[in-house]
Design a protein around this ligand. Structure first.
Ligand code: 9D3
Length: 242
């Protein structure tokens, strides 16, 4: 997988991917990441990438030509060109998994009031939003997409780690504990110290169901649930949520 980012603020990506899992994946040759300054494809001495909106109104619109030249140069066969945009498809774990199968992602980041519509119509395979809040540009969303996709690439995580992901199971994850056994007056639940692996697994499942019911009940509608899960949920529905 090769990821190419096109942005007028390439420096924003430096710190984000200088350390951590994406940096290690790059060092191990598991993915390539190149961040490109859109201005290199802009024209004139001032390398202008934006202009006034036709029809008037406040704010600037990003010009189409630099994006078309960038993609013309960067895209490889089978590559997916994605516009980061507040109007895009909501980014979820399933979309991250779909993107992880592509040979290349070209992520286009907008700024100002947006990007000329011809970029969306004539250049992009997808348009992605990371959620319903207003940011100042597509750079942070592109970093979010890169982080979520790169950890799914073969060899980046320990074998099997991605399968247990919350959202891959359709449920939130339950509580985790490490040493010490007692801290700030709070003890680690006895079952986790019992050595009874079956009891631990049942407890973890119950806690995952409890949390999902409390925090994200809408996830339960599409989570794959067993008859036993449904029984537990019925019981939890009676319990006061702490
Ligand atoms: C004036 C109307 N705004 C549209 C909602 C304009 C506008 C606001 C913010 C245009 C671009 C932006 C910058 N945001 C992004 O480029 C962006 C984004 C976001 O703001 N939220 C969630 N996901 C994304 S992906 C790209």
């Amino acid at each position: 997988m090769k990821i190419d980012v096109v942005t007028i603020f390439p420096g924003m990506f430096t710190g984000a991917f200088a350390e951590g899992m994406v940096a290690r994946a790059r060092e191990a040759g598991l993915c390539g990441l190149a961040v490109h300054d859109l201005r290199q494809w802009a024209e004139g001495r001032h390398q202008v990438t934006d202009d006034y909106a036709f029809g008037g109104g406040p704010g600037m619109v990003m010009k189409p030509e630099p994006f078309f030249r960038a993609v013309g140069e960067l895209k490889v066969p089978g590559g997916r060109v994605i516009l980061m945009s507040p109007q895009g498809r909501p980014f979820r774990q399933a979309l991250a998994a779909e993107l992880a199968a592509a040979p290349q992602l070209v992520l286009l980041c907008g700024r100002y009031e947006g990007v000329d519509e011809r970029v969306r119509l004539g250049l992009c395979d997808d348009e992605i939003s990371i959620g319903d809040y207003v940011l100042t540009g597509g750079e942070l969303p592109a970093m979010v997409v890169i982080d979520a996709v790169v950890r799914l690439l073969p060899g980046v995580l320990a074998e099997g780690s991605a399968e247990g992901d919350s959202f891959a199971t359709g449920l939130l994850e339950g509580p985790q504990y490490t040493r010490p056994r007692e801290f700030a007056g709070m003890a680690v639940p006895e079952v986790l110290i019992s050595g009874d692996h079956g009891a631990v697994a049942r407890w973890r499942r119950r806690e995952a169901l409890r949390r999902t019911l409390a925090m994200r009940p809408e996830l339960l509608a599409s989570a794959p649930l067993t008859a036993e899960d449904r029984k537990i949920l019925a019981e939890l529905g009676q319990e006061p949520v702490i």
